[in-house]
Design a protein around this ligand. Sequence first.
Ligand code: ATP
Length: 305
Amino acid sequence: LIQLFRPLDMLGWVYRTIRQGLVDMAAMFRLIDTRVEVEDRPGAPALAVRRPSVTFENVVFGYESERTILHGLSFEVEAGQNVAIVGPSGAGKSTIARLLFRFYDPQSGRILIDGQDIREVTQASVRAAIGIVPQDSVLFNETIGYNIAYGRPRSAGEATHDQIIEAARGAAILPFIEGLPQGFETEVGERGLKLSGGEKQRVAIARTLLKNPPIVVLDEATSALDSRTEQDILGTLRRISRDRTTLSIAHRLSTIADADRILVLEEGRLAESGTHIDLLRARGLYAEMWARQQADGEGLDEAAE
Ligand code: ATP
């Protein structure tokens, strides 16, 4: 948070960029450190999303020219599907999310949303179509209501109080907020009420509900929570992903075992893909990772199901 706000104070333009709805991404991708790599093609139209499929076609990408991170990655997520991306640290999982949000363009290959190359449409329209629930959400030193309303595309207009209440209800944080003496007017952040990790995540979920994007990216959204809170939040996340195309980036396999499909990434290549059961049967990298996490005491609940 401090990392974000210091440069904000200094750089008006960064602030304006963030005001335009990038705040959730800032947390995930350290926007401040990210050079402006992509620009809209002159006259680019807005993305038109009818069926929000996501397609990576032979995507080759490296942050630096001498080091390739994704080596010709191809996969498709059909509209409404819930697909998880797992793999060892550094395999390129978050890179996929950054490319989808078009913080960078691939060196070759294409990324399509509903059949449209994201390089051919406006960045604002791509970003409006995607909601992110990052592992550590940025909160402004503002009211909790403001923090929930934040990040809604301008085109959608100001959120009404009723819509904010509905979003808070959907994220299961309404009783908590209503229990505060000043309710939605309570100041949060560094100078106000400190929220726990789980509460911050619920604010991020409420923001996403209010933004109502057709595509959702969940970035290991249940890390660092106690297991009861984790189970509660998982339930809420399942609800928000129900009618949306969802990409879940996960470290702990127990949280994504019920995904429609799991993509196992290894050093920027698709090593395996399938359902949890398919992948256990294949006895490959996923089965190995699963066995290791079980031995470490993770995912016991899911294993029993
Ligand atoms: P983790 O599970 O640890 O979060 P990941 O699979 O999400 O890892 P990425 O964050 O996609 O991995 O990173 C893939 C590779 O790209 C890593 O080797 C990382 O060092 C490198 N990388 C990530 N961001 C940058 C950047 N901004 N500049 C240069 N290299 C980067």
